[in-house]
Design a protein around this ligand. Structure first.
Ligand code: FMN
Ligand code: EPS
Length: 332
């Protein structure tokens, strides 16, 4: 459903063209310094407007509605609201008859009987990743300065040079996908639980909550299938558990091993491509040619790094709380 996490529990709500989107987060330790300004750098990183991203401009100011008093978390749930002020719903009224291939239009209409808010993709919109980024800001505070989460773009449209990949997409007037890599340094040994709550399972669960993510791999990932055992194994070189190589990506047996956590996600090309495409016209019952008008990311991957960092921090903060490595009251 719309909730995730056991202690650090995140609940997202809202629609892209509704009044607002927002997030409610339970299980936050008390006493963490928190104010609106703390959210702005990561929210800025998520914004559109750059080449290859949506021209929809929103202020994306986080309104802290509960759970913060005198600029500290209280231990009660924190609710954060973001307004939607720059919507162009007419773009979507025209699309109603043409469910976009690759977007949630068709399945949402079937599942919710046509009652879903379809404007701007409604609850399925990438706009809801604002909520994840906001939760991630708090999760990063829980992890503290010694645990560093960092995500970067590794590929755009098949090119290691993101600019080149984007140029090709702009030239071709078609959307492209990409690969985003996330690393985490400073994790203790022992996060993750056998059997179903392995670190890989929890991270994959959270990563697939980001719209347009279609794959994930840890460490050597799919390349491991082509390696020999001796090549893939990471020799342990000291009592801290440091390994000479890191094909495991910092997780063995579903549990962090104290080495750098490394994983990558595959982001699909935006379904709302500028190209003409074919789909069922719901009204006529015929497959017809149509094209998506409106404001869209040509490459969603460009916007994913900060979102991936956020869900990663959420998952790890939850594990840290479960391991009782974080006090329920932050003193200082
Ligand atoms: C930050 C972000 C921005 C996105 N922007 C767009 C967009 O402009 N146009 C679009 O069609 N899809 C966009 N998406 C992807 C759709 O929301 C997504 O494809 C759709 O909800 C269907 O989900 P799925 O791709 O996971 O199957 C975006 C996703 C993210 C994470
Ligand atoms: C609004 C955002 O991105 C939107 C994500 C999105 C989608 O289908 O996911 C489609 C577009 O929506 P609209 O047609 O309303 O402009 C993007 O602009 C955002 O990320 O804040």
């Amino acid at each position: 459903m719309n909730s995730f996490g056991r202690i650090f529990r995140v609940n997202v709500f809202g629609e892209s063209h509704g009044e607002s989107v927002g997030v409610n987060i339970d299980g936050i330790p008390a006493g963490i310094p928190l104010e609106q300004e703390d959210f702005l750098p990561d929210l800025e990183r998520r914004k559109g407007g750059a080449r290859g991203t949506t021209p929809r401009k929103e202020e994306d100011l986080p309104f802290l509605k509960s759970g913060v008093f005198n600029n500290r978390t209280t231990g009660a749930p924190v609710t954060i609201l973001f307004e939607n002020n720059n919507t162009r719903s007419a773009d979507y009224a025209k699309l109603r008859e043409f469910p976009r291939p690759g977007h949630a239009d068709f399945v949402a209409a079937k599942k919710f009987g046509g009652f879903e808010d379809y404007r701007g993709g409604g609850h399925f919109s990438g706009r809801l990743t604002l909520n994840l980024v906001a939760a991630g800001v708090i999760a990063k505070k829980i992890l503290g300065d010694n645990i560093q989460v960092n995500a970067v773009i590794k590929e755009v449209g098949g090119y290691a040079d993101a600019e080149e990949g984007l140029e090709e997409a702009i030239k071709a007037k078609d959307s492209v996908g990409g690969i985003v890599e996330c690393t985490v340094d400073g994790l203790p040994i022992g996060l993750g639980e056998p059997f179903f709550d392995s670190v890989e399972s929890a991270l994959a669960h959270a990563a697939f909550a980001i719209p347009a993510i279609k794959g994930i791999e840890f460490g050597a990932g799919f390349a491991a299938a082509k390696m020999k055992g001796l090549e893939h194994n990471d020799p342990i070189v000291d009592a801290s558990g440091k390994t000479a190589t890191n094909h495991a990506g910092g997780v063995v047996g579903g549990i962090t091993n104290g080495n750098r956590l490394v994983f990558r996600v595959a982001v699909k090309p935006t379904s709302s491509t500028p190209k003409e495409q074919q789909t069922l016209n719901i009204a006529s019952g015929q497959v017809e040619t149509f094209s998506v008008k409106g404001r869209h990311d040509l490459c969603i991957a460009l916007r994913v790094p900060v979102v991936l960092e956020a869900v990663t921090a959420m998952v790890l903060a939850d594990f840290m709380l479960l391991e009782m490595r974080v006090p329920r009251v932050f003193a200082q």
